[in-house]
Design a binder for this molecule. Structure first.
Ligand code: SIN
Ligand code: FE2
Length: 212
């Protein structure tokens, strides 16, 4: 299936571009969102969420875990991809539904080998950063929003460049790729309790990447 084969009416408002990052608003309908949450629940059961520490030793406000060959980890040694969860167990496989979404949206044969799952509780945010721990920036990063609305800020590829912001809603899918692959981006805040998708509120963000 390709993007154009999606049943009409699924996409509420089409594609929005924010400093080169493409946002497919409302790409995922309610059933697909709920199914993805179930998939992610199964991943978290095997690879529990943990709170990462920045390289400056500060606890992040998001919790995270991963699926796939590589998972993103951080700590005093900096940021890196690891083949294992901090427990020592390998990461669970990336759910098939997410792999299908990657194929559909990117049209790429190459599969992602890393799936980072971030959970934003009330008050959580993520500062402006570049995704640059992957080996080859020709591969895009695909980002899926589930749950509460989030204010997504996108800058240019230079630190301190002008930024633009857009609210991401549950079911939105963003592609950070092409000339915007190294664009600075972050989440200023979430609107806690704005979605019914997650029983305890908050927001899940899933990013699929080619790391190796
Ligand atoms: C990230 O940059 O890793 C997360 C972006 C988001 O939560 O939408
Ligand atoms: Fe990022």
């Amino acid at each position: 299936m390709g993007l154009k084969d999606r049943p009409s009416g699924t996409c509420r408002s089409g594609v929005v571009e924010v400093n080169g990052v493409q946002v497919f608003a409302g790409l995922l309908g309610p059933e697909e969102q709920a199914a993805l949450v179930e998939d992610l629940r199964a991943v978290v059961a095997r690879a529990p969420m943990f709170v990462p520490v920045t390289r400056f030793g500060k606890r992040m406000s998001v919790s995270m875990t991963s699926a796939g060959k590589y998972g993103w980890c951080s700590g005093a040694g900096g940021y890196r991809y690891e083949p294992r969860h901090p427990s020592g167990a390998p990461w669970p496989p990336i759910p098939e539904r997410l792999l299908a979404l990657w194929r559909e949206v990117t049209g790429l044969e190459r599969q992602p080998d890393s799936c980072l799952i971030n959970y934003y509780r009330e008050g959580a945010r993520m500062g402006l950063h570049q995704d640059r721990d992957e080996a080859d920036f020709r591969w895009p990063v695909l980002s899926v929003s589930l749950g509460d609305d989030a204010l997504f800020r996108v800058g240019t590829t230079t630190r301190g460049g002008p930024t633009r912001s857009v609210w991401l809603h549950s079911g939105d899918v963003a592609v950070i790729g092409g000339p915007a692959r190294l664009a600075y981006h972050g989440i200023d805040r979430i609107r806690f309790g704005s979605s019914w998708l997650l029983p305890f509120g908050g927001r899940l963000n899933v990013t699929l990447r080619v790391v190796g």
